[in-house]
Design a protein around this ligand. Structure first.
Ligand code: SF4
Length: 199
């Protein structure tokens, strides 16, 4: 992964959660002393990227440091010709889990937040990273994985959605990088077809 070390990582501005959500206690993650991260990047973007949950950087307000997920995500986007500043990034879970937790219950509790974001922002295209996002969005598709779903378009809440590997999986297995970039190129084409913006 030496390629990614050639570039510094962009820290995108965080979007605050709506006031009535800032103290959400719908699931057990609220007891893990972590804060809610609603999303980051361009809040008006027509492209919404969905990660599993915030990373350590996001959890430590005012203390930015390079995070592996962000580094690899941005490397892939640069290679695919997607402007990092023109996308919006959010999470399936709005808090970072620190300890073990009840996954199905937590995902179900937090999903309405993402659904509300979609209603409010009405993005043209969605793109999910990793199997946790697949499972969280499509709990009815038992055993569905990125490997199966990548390379074609699906639909979530009436919006086209594609999937690729989680950036940390790509870091662990560099042979996935070319698929990751290929998927992001497909995303760029889809976004452009719909009138979205890229480089
Ligand atoms: S993870 Fe989601 S549902 Fe759970 S407390 Fe945080 S915002 Fe609420």
């Amino acid at each position: 992964m030496s390629k990614e070390m050639d570039h510094s990582c962009v820290i995108l501005p965080e979007e605050q959660a709506p006031e009535d959500m800032q103290h959400c206690e719908r699931c057990e993650l609220c007891k893990q002393r972590n804060r809610i991260i609603w999303g980051e990047g361009n809040p008006q973007s027509s492209l919404m990227l969905i990660l599993d949950n915030p990373g350590a950087r996001e959890d430590r307000e005012g203390n930015p440091f390079l995070c592996g997920t962000r580094e690899t995500l941005q490397l892939g986007m640069r290679e695919a010709g997607i402007d990092i500043h023109s996308v919006y990034v959010t999470y399936l879970l709005k808090r970072r889990p620190i300890r073990a937790y009840d996954k199905p219950a937590t995902r179900a509790a937090c999903l309405p937040h993402l659904q509300a974001q979609l209603l409010q922002k009405q993005p043209l295209v969605l793109f999910g990273f990793g199997n946790v996002v697949v499972e969280g969005l499509f709990p009815e598709k038992e055993h569905a994985t990125v490997k199966e779903l990548r390379g074609s378009w699906h639909e979530f809440q009436g919006i086209p959605i594609g999937f690729t590997y989680h950036p940390l999986a790509v870091r662990r297995r560099p042979n996935l990088l070319r698929f990751f970039i290929e998927d992001l190129k497909g995303l760029r084409e889809k976004w452009e077809e719909g009138g979205g913006r890229s480089f």
